[in-house]
Design a protein around this ligand. Structure first.
Ligand code: KMH
Ligand code: ZN
Length: 283
């Protein structure tokens, strides 16, 4: 099997310090947390930004500071969120794309999200895909339910996406696809040849789904955005702690953990200067 890419989803948009005191919120805290996750074996960092008061934000200014601070510390792949928080407008959500990060998320459908609805109508998805192509940003398809895979492949067929195809199956969101082995196998089955995938289990599903990701030859996303516990009743004290456990188990199972260079190779990411999309390799 190829080496394992571990993504650290550091903070998300929904959690507060009341949920866990270990949540990084400021650009400085987020960058430090990214660096610790990197040292523990993460090669992609999935980033959301927060305002000074801790509320979710898609402001370019804050993302810029986060990206600069992380890049100054290490060469981890930075993936910004275009999901933001439920209720945000498309204009808000796409704002950080003009910073031309290496990767960004692209959710290819709408889904109930707890008591809310995470809205992603077709025109919005196409607009995000178009912006990503314009800024040379590689999408990661965020798949919260089965139909979103076909929506993603339709985008590819229509020519909106020309990069390598990488999917992240987010499983166990109340309203989305349940986190079961059978469902994961079905999702994998839908992917075209050559696509890569990772899996993120929400809450108590994080570790079991991570083990499936490791053993089935996929990749794994963990982090406080998806799960704040290390084990039942015990909060994780950092994102690095969750990453370190996955790296340790993978090595025990004989699967090496990818370096940033290997992750870029597997995801066909071209190294480039920030803002310069001309040197990107498009497979
Ligand atoms: N916060 C969720 C509504 C993403 O980052 O692209 C959406 C989300 C997905 O977290
Ligand atoms: Zn997210």
């Amino acid at each position: 099997m190829e080496p394992l890419i571990i993504t650290a989803a550091l903070v998300g948009a929904e959690l507060t310090r009341e949920d866990t005191p270990y949540l990084p919120l400021t650009p400085e805290e987020i960058a430090e947390e990214a660096y610790r996750a990197y040292q523990a074996g993460a090669t992609i960092v999935h980033v959301h930004a927060r305002k000074e008061d801790g509320s979710p934000s898609q402001e370019k200014r804050i993302y810029r500071e986060i990206i600069e601070r992380i890049s100054a510390k290490c060469d981890i792949i930075i993936q910004i969120s275009t999901g933001g928080a439920v209720g945000m407008s498309a204009e808000e959500r796409e704002e950080p794309l003009s910073l031309a990060p290496e990767m960004a998320t692209l959710t290819t459908g709408s889904v109930n999200f707890g008591r809310d609805v995470f809205l992603n109508p077709p025109a919005m998805i196409e607009e995000f895909a178009e912006k990503m192509a314009a800024y040379g940003v590689q999408p990661e398809f965020e798949i919260f339910d089965v139909g979103m895979v076909d929506n993603a492949l339709r985008l590819v067929r229509k020519g909106w996406i020309k990069t390598h195809l990488h999917f992240d199956f987010v499983m166990g969101v109340p309203g989305g696809i349940p986190a079961t082995a059978k469902n994961l196998l079905h999702l994998i089955d839908l992917l075209p040849q050559g696509a890569t995938w990772s899996v993120a289990g929400i809450g108590r599903h994080q570790l079991p789904m991570a083990l499936l990701g490791i053993t089935l030859g996929g990749h794994v996303r963990v982090g406080l955005e998806d799960n704040i516990y290390y084990r039942k009743g015990e909060l994780a004290t950092s994102n690095a702690q969750l990453v370190e456990r996955v790296a340790r188990i993978a090595r025990e199972l004989g699967r090496e953990v990818a370096s940033p260079k290997e992750a870029r190779r597997l995801l066909r990411l071209g190294k480039r200067e920030s803002g310069d999309s001309s040197s990107i390799e498009i497979s």
